[in-house]
Each structure stands twice: as structure tokens, then as C-alpha cells.
Design a protein around this ligand. Structure first.
Ligand code: ZN
Length: 148
């Protein structure tokens, strides 16, 4: 049984925090910026902080690749936000604006938006294109083989 604390990247300042798994649901705060590690909202990621969440963190990372001009993306935004409230603290949700961060769009070969990519420790586990409801996002993530 692995009882090592989880390393969790802060959604606000991206500092790595060590949190025992048993404390995840006790509203842990970031040791650096003092804000909540789980705010019930997607983190906004770019080239500067993406790998802190995608590679350094022990939490699975669900990324919504979107763009401001994309109608279905805007429709899906509140559903994705609601999915964050349901899936935290087991999964970190994040959004990447592919207009502002074309390098990340290229790295993940994003051909259509919205596209959801589920990552764990830098490895892609699954992806799904097209707008989804909150229930569809939650069901899709829970149907993937994720670490307990
Ligand atoms: Zn922080």
C-alpha cells in the first residue's frame, strides 16, 4: 500500500504541494499562495505551468482545449466548470485556450475544438472531441482506467 503523500500542483500558482490522500477532501490550501487547492473550477494553463500539472502532479489532469471564437466551446464552458465541482479532488480539470497557447495545441495535435484530453503523469490516457454535457464529461472520465 502506497501511503506516500500525493504531489498536487496548485491551480493558482502551480506550486507543488504534498497532501496525504486521506486529507484531499479536507479543503487543503496551497503552502505558497494560501488559496484553496480545490476551488471547484478549472485551472487556466499555458506553456509556463502546463507540465507542473501534466507531469509533476500525481492527479490525473483533464484538459479542455478550446478557443474564444468557438461557439460549442463557449456552450460547454459552464458544463465543464460544473464537472470540476463533481470530479475534484480525484481529477484536476484545466482549460487551454489554443489561440493564446498554439504550442500546446500543436504538441497535442489538436485538430478540432473542443477536445478533452485526459493525462496522467504526462501520459495521454484518452481523448474525446465535441461538446459534452456535465454528466457526459463526468461519466467519460469515470469510465477511464485511472489510479485509485
Ligand atoms: Zn498556490
Amino acid at each position: 500500500m502506497d501511503t506516500k503523500p500525493l504531489e498536487i500542483a496548485c491551480p493558482h500558482c502551480s506550486a507543488i504541494n504534498r497532501v496525504p490522500a486521506a486529507r484531499l477532501r479536507d479543503a487543503p490550501a496551497c503552502g505558497r499562495c494560501r488559496q484553496a487547492l480545490f476551488a471547484g473550477a478549472p485551472a487556466v494553463l499555458g506553456a509556463a505551468n502546463f507540465d507542473q500539472h501534466a507531469r509533476r502532479s500525481d492527479l490525473p489532469l483533464l484538459v479542455d482545449f478550446w478557443a474564444p471564437w468557438c461557439g460549442p466551446c463557449r456552450v460547454m464552458a459552464p458544463a465543464f466548470e460544473a464537472a470540476a465541482r463533481e470530479l475534484e479532488p480525484s481529477v484536476r480539470l484545466a482549460r487551454v485556450d489554443t489561440d493564446a497557447e498554439p504550442g500546446l495545441g500543436t504538441r497535442f495535435a489538436i485538430r478540432s475544438i473542443p477536445t478533452l484530453v485526459l493525462l496522467h503523469r504526462g501520459r495521454e490516457i484518452a481523448r474525446q472531441s465535441g461538446a459534452m454535457t456535465t454528466a457526459q464529461v463526468v461519466q467519460w472520465v469515470r469510465g477511464q482506467a485511472l489510479p485509485a
